[in-house]
Design a protein around this ligand. Structure first.
Ligand code: DNO
Length: 401
């Protein structure tokens, strides 16, 4: 027994090719129809084309990551109902094609954030870093978001000012471009690769002017109430991805960061089709998130697993580390997940595949010679996949002996 070994693949343009993946044991693919603009319907023929391509290489399309939720749904604008209808149509199409695990997130505007995409680790590897004060420098001094400095304690703003003063104009432009365009672009970012990306971004942020935590929660719940009954009817498991990082940024609310957030979401809609993507890397950034408690509380609704590790550099700052080396102890996490898989197998209730993917990876060895999306190198992720697979086997054997 083991969690299904999956791999995020970005489609035909991904420099890492499907034919390479079976070589090191990948069983399932995690992907999306990246070429379809957010909010439009995913047609069945296009889903089938990708599915066949994956199957031709001896794997299965295990998980959709992500079927993105349009900003119109998150802010509940007048186009909301059209976007929800489209979302539902895509879900039905996916189900008809036999793809039944769908990950999404409900983060306003930015899907995830890092301030350094080339952080040098010891021994010559590279990963991504999020430095809170540098992010504040971006928000307050580079983006010049109106009212931004009032969203942070004064000492944080002062420290951010020092950081900003130490940057060249080129460095500050790269920081903004990385946050708004580079880290978002390959996963269907909100702001395209346009010259005035900062202005466009500010406009998107401004649409949340009157949206606080409570309103965003109500908008999420309205979305869940619309789509979960359909998902349930057609056998789809939806799974929300936690906020990354799991605290408010840019004056925007965050509602999928803590155990309390998930308790709220799952108690307001108890269907198991209303599920969770357990992401160890995102959740562990907050020391007050007890990852084992999260698994234990929500185990039957964990439909997808992201395994990744971090090291904290200060209170809200962290960098990504090797999968088995960091604040996340993978051993008890895997033990609980394997227990849940066993429960599903013996009880016959719930999908027993429990797909996991090595989320992100260190850039290492000839990853430096190969183009890849930030966080998604070949060798570093392969190392994570293999380490986690081997660890599971060890846990499994020790449990059974
Ligand atoms: C980045 C990812 C995110 C994640 C989405 C899920 O590498 O962790 O893009 O896939 O937030 O909806």
């Amino acid at each position: 027994m083991a969690l299904e070994k999956t791999w995020r693949w970005f489609g035909k343009n991904d420099p890492i090719k499907l034919e390479q993946l079976r070589q090191f044991g990948v069983e399932g693919i995690v992907t999306a129809l990246h070429h379809i603009p957010v909010g439009e319907i995913w047609p069945k023929e296009e889903i089938m084309a990708v599915k066949h391509e994956i199957e031709r290489h001896g794997m299965r399309w295990s998980v959709v990551e992500s079927l993105p939720v349009s900003e119109e749904i998150k802010i509940c604008s007048p186009e909301r109902s059209l976007k929800v209808d489209n979302y539902i149509a895509s879900l039905r199409n996916l189900a008809e094609c036999g793809i039944t695990t769908v990950c999404y997130n409900f983060m306003p505007v930015l899907d995830w954030a890092r301030t350094d995409l080339h952080f040098k680790n010891e021994f010559g590897t590279e990963s991504m870093l999020f430095d809170y004060e540098t992010f504040v420098a971006f928000d307050v001094f580079i983006l010049n978001r109106p009212g931004a400095s009032g969203d942070y304690p004064q000492e944080t703003v002062l420290r951010a000012a020092e950081i900003y003063q130490g940057m060249t104009p080129e460095e500050s432009n790269t920081l903004a471009y990385n946050i708004i365009v580079v880290t978002q672009g390959f996963i269907n970012g909100t702001v395209g690769n346009v010259l005035d990306f900062k202005e466009v971004f500010l406009k998107f942020l401004d649409r949340y002017r009157n949206i606080d935590t409570e309103i965003l929660r109500q908008n999420l719940l309205a979305f869940i109430n619309d789509v979960v009954p359909v998902a349930e009817e057609c056998g789809i498991n939806l799974c929300i991805h936690p906020d990354d990082p799991p605290f408010p940024l840019l004056g925007l609310p965050r509602i999928a960061s803590t155990i309390a957030d998930f308790e709220w979401l799952f108690s307001n809609c108890t269907s198991l089709a209303n599920g969770l993507t357990f992401c160890s890397g995102s959740l562990s950034v907050r020391p007050d998130n007890d990852l084992l408690e999260i698994i234990e509380k929500f185990s039957e609704r964990i439909h997808f697993v992201h395994l990744r590790n971090i090291k904290r550099s200060s209170e809200r700052s962290f960098y990504e580390s090797a999968h088995l080396d960091g604040v996340v102890d993978m051993v008890p996490i895997l033990r609980l997940l394997l227990n849940e898989q066993q429960r599903r197998r013996t009880s016959g209730s719930g999908d027993p595949r429990m797909p996991f993917r090595p989320d992100h990876g260190l850039k290492m060895l000839d990853d430096f010679d190969r183009q890849s999306n930030p966080g998604y190198p070949l060798i570093g992720r392969m190392r994570g996949l293999v380490e986690i697979a081997a660890l599971q086997m060890g846990i499994e054997r020790s449990l059974n002996n």
